[in-house]
Design a protein around this ligand. Sequence first.
Ligand code: DGL
Length: 277
Amino acid sequence: MSHSCKPIGIFDSGAGGLSVLSELLRLMPKEHYIYFADTANCPYGPKPHSDIIKLVDAITKFLLQKNCKLIVVACNTATAAAIDYLRANYPIPFVGMEPAIKPASQNTKTKSIGVLATAGTFKGRLYIETSRKYASDVNVCYQVGEGLVELVETGKANSPEAEELLHRYVDPMIDCNIDHLVLGCTHYPFLKPVLNKILPANVKVIDPSPAVVLQTQRILHTNNLECVKEGNDTFTEVDFYSSGQINVLRQLLENNIEVDLPINVSYTDNVVLRHNL
Ligand code: DGL
């Protein structure tokens, strides 16, 4: 294997990172991806940042053992808690999730935007700094999406329970006249069908994944790490690992991800990682 055909690591507390993986596969289908879902420890949102650092440290060691050349932290909460720690402690590039406050604040006409994220993401330096920098003259209605990750993880993203909870979280934002809703958690794009039913047509839903994936591509290119496969060698390769059960991940993958190339997929569940929580 040439250096650049090493895999790209990607992880989340669970299945949410698939919303990022689907964009990665669309833009860079020839790469080999290793996805780790920390299903046994999901959700991360309510956990202290110190615990999340220990969890993602163990995942990072696992992905490095698999020879990953770059890691995408496909979880806003883990990015908020641990991206500085990871960059300071490991020699490979890490790409984290960006709260998409900037495009929402720059494009709002009503001067009012909504942000839906986990408690852990709102506590992070990144969210606080980005809001100060870009949203000081904008009314930001923020809401912790408590319970939403659990609905996605149990295959209930498109259910009456999801609709009821989202009404509770989003109706007050509509009353505040928002015209942009930032999805600050990688699980939330799976709730888009229900959100589209609830939100007025003028409200634009912003998923930061495409921007994060473009940034991943830029970093691979700058560091000469892109995978070059030619001729008959062109296929997509994804290995999934989970610290719990893999079934929801598998179902979301089959229902939501489209790839142009033939795809080789492997699944391994109940992976035990060592961390001293
Ligand atoms: N997908 C994670 C995020 O983007 C979910 C957090 C959680 O597990 O609560 O924040």
